[in-house]
Design a protein around this ligand. Structure first.
Ligand code: GRF
Length: 186
């Protein structure tokens, strides 16, 4: 059994995909031990709904230290599922090889500082890319640069907008994140 903590900042649809996969035994060897948010967000409600211990850190300049304190020391993987704060170098090194992130583009394209949410999809549209996608990768101090675990592409239609692209990519993210956890839990 692999114990995971999920870090969130938003709607939590990726968290929900993990919860569903654990409950329907697609992720039979994963246990969600903790959900930690860096702000109030709907993802916290999803955790509480499923009786998963959920914590919120508010307005903190010491976010990485606080998360480190909160994490059970038997956590096998920390999953960043739409988590918007930047984790410190020390945190990344402490948990080296144990932090994974889902990013809504085909990394190394469209990653790095400022490349989150709608900004990613708008940049893809502006660059007239014919494809985009999602990437699950290990987290290292250099933003969005860690080793890729899984990647899935989709084609970008001529009439796609940042919104329509976000929607299409969200659907594949949910599948990809569960597949990545399946891979890591074997
Ligand atoms: C996803 O697009 C994810 O790739 C990005 O933030 C978004 C989170 O969505 N890092 P949700 O909160 O899981 O619905």
């Amino acid at each position: 059994m692999k114990k995971i903590a999920v870090l969130v900042s938003g709607k939590g649809s990726n968290l929900q995909a993990i919860i569903d996969a654990v409950e329907n035994k697609t992720l039979a060897h994963i246990s969600i031990e903790q959900v930690i948010a860096d702000r109030y967000c709907f993802a916290l409600e999803r955790a509480l709904e499923h009786d998963i211990p959920a914590y919120m850190i508010e307005d903190s300049t010491q976010i990485s230290e606080e998360i480190h304190e909160m994490l059970q020391n038997d956590i096998d993987y920390i999953v960043l599922a739409g988590f918007l704060s930047i984790l410190s170098e020390e945190f990344c090194q402490n948990w080296n090889g144990k932090i994974i992130n889902i990013h809504p583009s085909l990394l190394p394209k469209f990653g790095g500082i400022g490349m989150y949410g709608k900004h990613v999809h708008q940049a893809v549209i502006d660059a007239k890319e014919s494809e985009s996608g999602a990437t699950v990768h290990y987290v290292i101090p250099e933003i969005d640069k860690g080793e890729i675990i899984l990647q899935q592409s989709i084609s970008v239609a001529e009439n796609d907008t940042a919104e329509s692209l976000a929607e299409k990519i969200h659907t594949i993210e949910h599948i990809l994140l569960v597949e990545a956890l399946q891979k890591l839990s074997h």
